[in-house]
Design a protein around this ligand. Structure first.
Ligand SMILES: [Zn+2]
Length: 472
C-alpha cells in the first residue's frame, strides 16, 4: 500500500499539478476558465484512482463489513465464538453457560441463535466487557430468569454517557461511514440501556460449574469500563476491546466520531499486567483468537511499550515547552516499536495525551478563552487580501508547492466569504484529494473523513457546473 500511495503522490505532483492545474491556477478567477479547470479536475481524478481511498489492506476495514452469516465456532474444548462485526462467546461449565458479550444490535438475534444451537444449557452469568453498542446489542435476549449480569463499575457511567450522546455520535459516525450507516438505523436498533446485577469494583474471582473465572478490571484502549475475563486453569484471556478493536494497530486514544479521549497510562499498566498472565489464548472483542504464549505476551508488551514511548515523549516535550503542533510533528515511534496506524495514529495519540492532561487552553492566544473563533475574522482578512479570488489563487499556489494543509486553510478562508466560490472549492477539493492520496490509505478513520469531504466538495462543484449550464 505504501508503494502505491507514494506513486500516486509523485504522479499527481509531477505530472498533473505542475502542468494542467498550473494553467487552471492562472485562469481561476476568470469565468471562461471553467473548462480548463474541469479538464484539470478530470486528469486529477484519473490520477487518484479509487485505490487511493481504499480501506487499508489489513483487517481493520472488516469492522464495517456487514456479516453475511453468523456461525458459532469452537475455539477451545469448552468455548464457542460467534463472530459478526464483534465477537460473543459462551463458556460451557458443568453447571451451565457463562456468556461473554452479545454482539451488535442488528446481528444480535443471529448471534444468540448460533450460540444457542451449540448448547441449550441454562445461562448462569452474562459478562459484559464494556458498554460499546457492538458488544451489548443482544443483552435482552440473554437476560432471562436466573441469569446474573456482571460488568465493571465504570460500565454504569459509560452506558449513560453513550446513551446521552447517541444523537451527536451517530450523526458524526454517519459522516465517516455513510455507506454502511443508513439514516434511521438508530431508531431501529436504539442504544441499549442495560440493567447490571453486579458491578465489579476490583478484581474478583468467581466459580461456575467447576471453572474458575477471574474478572479483571482492565481500563484500556476503548475506555475505563473494560472488564477482562481470565480463566487461569486454561490460560485463556477474554480481553474485550481492551487493546482496541485490533491487536495490529496503534491504539485509538482518540476517535473522530467524538468520544472522550482514552487515557494512556491506565492502558499501559493494563497491557503490562495482561502480559504477566502469560495467556496461551487471547480472545479479543473483534477478529480471530490469538494463540500461543510466544505470540501473545510479546504483542501485549510491544503495544504497551509503543504507547509508553508516545506518552513519555509527549510529557517530556510538554515540560520542555514545546507546542502541541511541534510534538505532533516530531514524535515518531522508533523502528523497533513501529506499529500500523490503520486505526489509532501516533500524532493523534500525542494530541490526546496532551489535551487530556492539560485541557483546551494552550496559552497560544487570549482568544482561546472566548467565544469568537479565528474564522469569524476571515471575511475581513480575505477582503484585505483582495477577495476570495486572490485567496483562492494563493491556495492553488500552495497546492502546487505540495502543501495541501496550507492550501486548505486558505481555501476555507475564501469559502467563508463565498461558500460557492469556484476557486476556493477547487483548491479545497484538490487539497483533500492530495491528503487522501498521501494519507487516506493508511488510516481507516481519516480515510472515511476525507472521502466525505471530497464528496461534499465534488457535489458543490457539480452544482456550480449545472448552474453555469442552466445560465448558458
Ligand atoms: Zn468493539
Amino acid at each position: 500500500m505504501a508503494v502505491e500511495t507514494d506513486a500516486a503522490v509523485v504522479a499527481v505532483r509531477a505530472a498533473n499539478l505542475r502542468g494542467t492545474v498550473g494553467a487552471a491556477t492562472l485562469h481561476c478567477p476568470e469565468p471562461r476558465s471553467h473548462s480548463v479547470i474541469r479538464r484539470a479536475l478530470f486528469l486529477l481524478v484519473l490520477a487518484f484512482p479509487t485505490w487511493a481511498f481504499a480501506a487499508p489492506a489489513e483487517k481493520i476495514s472488516e469492522l464495517l463489513r456487514p456479516a453475511d452469516t453468523i456461525e458459532a465456532v469452537q475455539v477451545h474444548p469448552s468455548i464457542w465464538r460467534a463472530s459478526g462485526n464483534s465477537n460473543a462467546f459462551i463458556v460451557a461449565t458443568d453447571d451451565g453457560l457463562v456468556v461473554i458479550d452479545t454482539g451488535l444490535g442488528p446481528q444480535a438475534a443471529a448471534t444468540h441463535a448460533a450460540l444457542r444451537a451449540v448448547s441449550d444449557a441454562p445461562v448462569r452469568k452474562l459478562i459484559l466487557t464494556h458498554a460499546h453498542a457492538d458488544h451489548i446489542g443482544g443483552v435482552g435476549l440473554w437476560q432471562t430468569d436466573g441469569v446474573e449480569t456482571l460488568a465493571a463499575r465504570a460500565f454504569a457511567l459509560r452506558n449513560q454517557y453513550y446513551a446521552d450522546l447517541r444523537p451527536f455520535q451517530a450523526r458524526r459516525s454517519r459522516v465517516l461511514w455513510a455507506d454502511v450507516m443508513p439514516e434511521g438505523a438508530e431508531e431501529q436498533f436504539p442504544y441499549p440501556r442495560v440493567t447490571v446485577d453486579r458491578y465489579i469494583d476490583v478484581d474478583t474471582m468467581m466459580e461456575v460449574g467447576g471453572v474458575t473465572f477471574h474478572l479483571l478490571v482492565t481500563p484500556g484502549g476503548e475506555g475505563p469500563d473494560s472488564l477482562s475475563v481470565w480463566i487461569p486453569d486454561w490460560k485463556v484471556l477474554f480481553s474485550g476491546d481492551t487493546l482496541g478493536p485490533s491487536t495490529a494497530t496503534f491504539p485509538n486514544l482518540f476517535t473522530l466520531r467524538g468520544e472522550n479521549m482514552r487515557e494512556a497510562v491506565p492502558m499501559i499498566l493494563t497491557l503490562e499486567r495482561m502480559a504477566e498472565l502469560e495467556p496461551e489464548m487471547l480472545l479479543t472483542g473483534h477478529f480471530d483468537p490469538l494463540v500461543g504464549a510466544d505470540e501473545i505476551a510479546p504483542m501485549l508488551r510491544r503495544t504497551a511499550a509503543a504507547v509508553r514511548y508516545v506518552h513519555d515523549a509527549t510529557v517530556a516535550g510538554m515540560n520542555e515547552g514545546k507546542s502541541l503542533w511541534t510534538l505532533m510533528r516530531e514524535i515518531e515511534l522508533p523502528d523497533e516499536l513501529a506499529v500500523s496506524e490503520q486505526y489509532g495514529r501516533v500524532a493523534w495519540g500525542v494530541r490526546a495525551i496532551y489535551e487530556s492532561y492539560t485541557g483546551w487552553f494552550r496559552y497560544e492566544s487570549t482568544t482561546e478563552l472566548y467565544d469568537v473563533p479565528h474564522f469569524e475574522v476571515y471575511p475581513e482578512l480575505v477582503a484585505l487580501a483582495g477577495g476570495p479570488d486572490a485567496v483562492g489563487q494563493a491556495a492553488m499556489t500552495k497546492i502546487l508547492a505540495g502543501k495541501p494543509l496550507e492550501a486548505l486553510h486558505l481555501a476555507e478562508a475564501a469559502l467563508t466569504v463565498d461558500p460557492k466560490h469556484r476557486g476556493g472549492l477547487t483548491a479545497a477539493m484538490l487539497a483533500l484529494r492530495s491528503l487522501a492520496a498521501e494519507d487516506g490509505g493508511t488510516n481507516f478513520q481519516v480515510a472515511g473523513w476525507l472521502r466525505a469531504r471530497i464528496r461534499a466538495a465534488d457535489a458543490a462543484l457539480a452544482e456550480l457546473d449545472s448552474d453555469d449550464s442552466a445560465a448558458d
